[in-house]
Design a protein around this ligand. Structure first.
Ligand code: ADP
Ligand code: MG
Ligand code: MG
Length: 252
C-alpha cells in the first residue's frame, strides 16, 4: 500500500517584494485507499500545497519533506512524480493548444504505464470512462481545455484520473463551478476510482457541498498555510455550521 508523507513542509513563492512563505509547516500522511478532505478559506495555501506536491516550478520548498513509500518526491521531476503515481487535478486546468484530448490521454497513459496501451482495450477504456462521466465521444477530438466550460474541464480532469489510475490523487477544488448534476457525475467518477481501494485521495475544497457525494475518512482544516485541526467527517459538519471563522483569527 502506497503512503504519501508530508513532513513539516514549508513553501515560498517569489513575490514582488521578495520571497513570501505560503506553506508554514504542513504535516499529513495519506495512504492508498484513504480519502482526506482538506478544507480551508480562500488564500490559505491549499492550491500551493497541491502545486508543490506536483512539482510546479513556481513554488520553492524551503524545508520539510515529501515521501512516497519512503522515496523523496521533492527530488523527482514533474514527470517522475506522475510516473510514481502522483496525480493532480488542477483548480484551473490549463489549455494545451493543438493537442487533442484523445492524444493527450494516450500520451499520458503511455508515459505513466511505461508502454503504449493496447489500442483496442484502450479505446474501450476511454469510451467507458467518458460514458461514465456523461461526456460526448466527440469531446475526445477537441483540444485540451480549449474553450472547455468549467464543467468540461473538471470532467476531463477526472477522466484522466480514471484512466491513469494514480496511487495518490490530489483534487484541487474539483467541485468549484459545477452545477449539482455535474457535481454528482464528477463525484461518481472519483468514487469509482476510490472503490478500487487503490488510490489515496486528497480532496481539496472550500465548500462542504462535495462531501455529500464523496465521503472522506478524514477532514483537515487548512488555515494560514498549515493544517490547524484534523478529525473525521463530523469536522466537516461543524465547518458547514460555523464556517472557518474560529480558525482564521490571525488571518487566512
Ligand atoms: P487557496 O488555494 O487556499 O485559495 P493559494 O495557494 O492559491 O490559496 O494562495 C495562498 C496565498 O499565496 C495567497 O495569498 C496567494 O495570493 C499567494 N500566492 C499563491 N501563489 C502566488 C504567487 N505565484 N505569487 C505570489 N503570491 C502567491
Ligand atoms: Mg483560492
Ligand atoms: Mg486554490
Amino acid at each position: 500500500m502506497a503512503t504519501l508523507e508530508i513532513r513539516d513542509l514549508h513553501v515560498s513563492v517569489e513575490a514582488e517584494n521578495g520571497p513570501r512563505e505560503i506553506l508554514k509547516g504542513v504535516d499529513l500522511v495519506v495512504k492508498q485507499g484513504e480519502t482526506h478532505a482538506i478544507m480551508g478559506p480562500n488564500g490559505s495555501g491549499k492550491s500551493t500545497l497541491a502545486y508543490s506536491l506536483a512539482g510546479h516550478p513556481k513554488y520553492t520548498i524551503t524545508s520539510g519533506a515529501v515521501l512516497l513509500d519512503g522515496e523523496d518526491v521533492l527530488a523527482m521531476t514533474v514527470d517522475e512524480r506522475a510516473r510514481a503515481g502522483v496525480f493532480l487535478a488542477m483548480q484551473y486546468p490549463v489549455e494545451v493548444p493543438g493537442v487533442s484530448v484523445s492524444n493527450f490521454l494516450r500520451t499520458s497513459a503511455t508515459a505513466i504505464r511505461g508502454e503504449a496501451p493496447k489500442l483496442r482495450t484502450w479505446v474501450k477504456e476511454v469510451k467507458e470512462a467518458m460514458a461514465g462521466l456523461q461526456m460526448d465521444p466527440a469531446f475526445a477530438e477537441r483540444n485540451v481545455n480549449e474553450g472547455f466550460s468549467g464543467g468540461e474541464k473538471k470532467r476531463h480532469e477526472i477522466l484522466q484520473m480514471e484512466l491513469l489510475k494514480p496511487k495518490i490523487a490530489i483534487l484541487d477544488e474539483t467541485d468549484s463551478g459545477l452545477d449539482v448534476d455535474a457535481l454528482r457525475v464528477v463525484s461518481e467518477g472519483v468514487n469509482r476510482v476510490r472503490e478500487t481501494g487503490e488510490v489515496g485521495t486528497l480532496l481539496i475544497t472550500h465548500y462542504t457541498r462535495i462531501l455529500r457525494y464523496i465521503k472522506p475518512d478524514f477532514v483537515h482544516v487548512f488555515a494560514g498555510g498549515k493544517i490547524v485541526a484534523s478529525g473525521g467527517p463530523e469536522l466537516a459538519d461543524q465547518l458547514e455550521e460555523n464556517g472557518y471563522e474560529q480558525y482564521v483569527k490571525g488571518g487566512a
